[in-house]
Design a protein around this ligand. Structure first.
Ligand code: GCU
Length: 445
């Protein structure tokens, strides 16, 4: 039996759907199956990111920042991911352990509990941080959430096991919804820890379930309930945050913590995520401009992929399979993508002028690689306002041919995953922007 994260997007959606709909008896109400024919993907016009609500066209960076950017952010807050709270006043950090000789002496490992409301009977998340010992300090860093617990990121025996709910697996890594020793290093292949450290970067990660367990009712034991006065009895408003909002909020809280770490340069933190956590990284980067680089790995529908394209997963499918991810209002757009007042190119544009990287995988058709590329492409006019070059290509590049200046993109061979190849591109991109930050101007057109 495969774990839920090994199931393909289609299988997972079908599984969630049959549970949601009460089984095959209600098959008639199931959403239209995913389309994989490019000729039928449609070519609906996209909203113009530069068109203000009052109809005026934005022609300079200052107007984008002061007038249009807040409007676009508001659209994503009210229509899609919901509104998130800020940093709780009482939040505090407790060092759980420090080992200056971790990973055979290569790194210093710090584990820190973030008491999100300051109360020890309140919500917390544990941050695992590796800082390279042989590198200039403060070090730039990558920050990303993980699916399988901090201890899954590396076989390092010093990493604490998560204490929160996890989905059971058949291989013994999670039993009775609790992590076991068997899960150590189980996601290591997705985290190029050695390569990251050798290149002089720190790596920080958090188990996403520390913020909210990933199932429809998971919010009741997560931060969305903990921060609400009505707790598990909360009735969410249509624009209240969903699970992606809660996870993204956790990334901002992790950055709050990194700002207190002297060995880390919090002004050079790249936020990165894969799949649903890629959607999360994009939403975190859009809301929190302290993230200096934003990286989306195979984020697909509800992430980098354009909603208006009918290819792979659709708004209707994602809303049915994962009703807890987005705000209540977003459900209204199931099967009605053309009435969305925005699309995902505008989410990417919210990163401007910061560098953003979108990655796809050739066999990850569920995530609509072309839709991811096109969203990156159509964010270019906003980067151009800042004199910053985007992808630098008109059409989708061939596989394994990374492109772009301030908007990076690649489609690699292989399936939905994070590979060493992906990390090599992120490291190059980060080196380029963090270590040689000279802005390259947009070529004159
Ligand atoms: C499913 C889901 C995707 C998501 C993916 C993941 O396939 O349909 O939207 O990105 O899970 O997070 O692995």
């Amino acid at each position: 039996m495969k774990s839920i994260l090994q199931l393909s997007g289609r299988a997972l959606a079908a599984l969630a759907l049959s549970a949601f709909l009460g089984g095959p008896a209600l098959a008639a109400t199931q959403p239209r199956p995913a389309n994989y024919d490019e000729a039928k993907a449609g070519s609906q016009p996209l909203p113009d990111p530069l068109l203000r609500n009052n109809g005026a066209k934005v022609t300079d960076a200052k107007t984008w920042v002061s007038k249009r950017r807040p409007e676009v952010l508001e659209l994503f807050q009210t229509q899609m991911y919901g509104r998130s709270p800020g940093r709780p006043k009482g939040m505090r950090f407790e060092t759980l352990s420090v080992d200056a000789q971790a990973l055979g002496g290569k790194a210093t490992r710090r584990q820190t509990r973030v008491w999100l409301t300051g109360k020890t009977n309140g919500p917390f998340m544990d941050v695992l941080l590796y800082v390279p010992n042989q590198a200039a300090k403060p070090a730039p860093a990558f920050l990303g959430m993980n699916f399988g617990g901090n201890h899954a990121v590396n076989a390092d025996p010093g990493i604490r096991l998560p204490e929160r709910w996890m989905r059971d697996t058949k291989d013994g890594a999670v039993v009775n919804n609790r992590a076991t020793e068997a899960g150590r290093g189980s996601e290591a292949r997705r985290w190029a820890v050695d390569a990251i450290l050798e290149r002089g970067y720190a790596l920080a990660t958090v188990y996403y379930g520390d913020l909210e367990p990933d199932f429809a009712e998971g919010w009741k034991t997560g931060v969305r309930a903990a921060l609400s006065k009505d707790g598990a009895g909360t009735q969410f408003k249509p624009d209240a945050w969903g699970a992606i909002g809660a996870w993204a909020w956790g990334l901002s809280r992790a950055l709050d913590y990194l700002e207190t770490e002297k060995a880390v340069d919090a002004k050079r933190v790249a936020v990165m995520g894969h799949s649903r956590l890629g959607k999360t990284a994009l939403w975190a980067g859009a809301q929190d401009e302290r993230f200096a680089i934003v990286i989306s790995n195979d984020s697909g529908e509800g992430g980098a992929a354009l909603a208006r394209r009918d290819y792979g997963e659709t708004t209707e499918i994602i809303n049915r399979s994962f009703p807890h991810w987005f705000c209540g209002k977003f459900k209204e757009y199931s099967g009605r993508e053309s009435s969305l007042p925005m699309d995902q190119h505008e989410l990417i544009a919210l990163m401007a002028p910061r560098p953003v990287y979108v990655a796809s995988a050739e066999d990850d058709k569920w995530a609509d690689p072309r839709g991811e590329f096109l969203a990156a492409k159509h964010a270019e006019p906003v980067y151009a306002l800042f004199g910053r070059a985007g992808l630098g290509v008109a059409d989708m590049p061939a596989v394994n041919q990374p492109v772009g200046e301030f908007i990076g993109y690649h489609i690699r061979t292989g399936k939905h995953d994070v590979t060493d190849y992906d990390w090599q591109q992120y490291l190059k991109f980060a080196d380029r922007h963090f270590k040689q930050p000279a802005a390259r101007p947009v070529p004159a057109t």
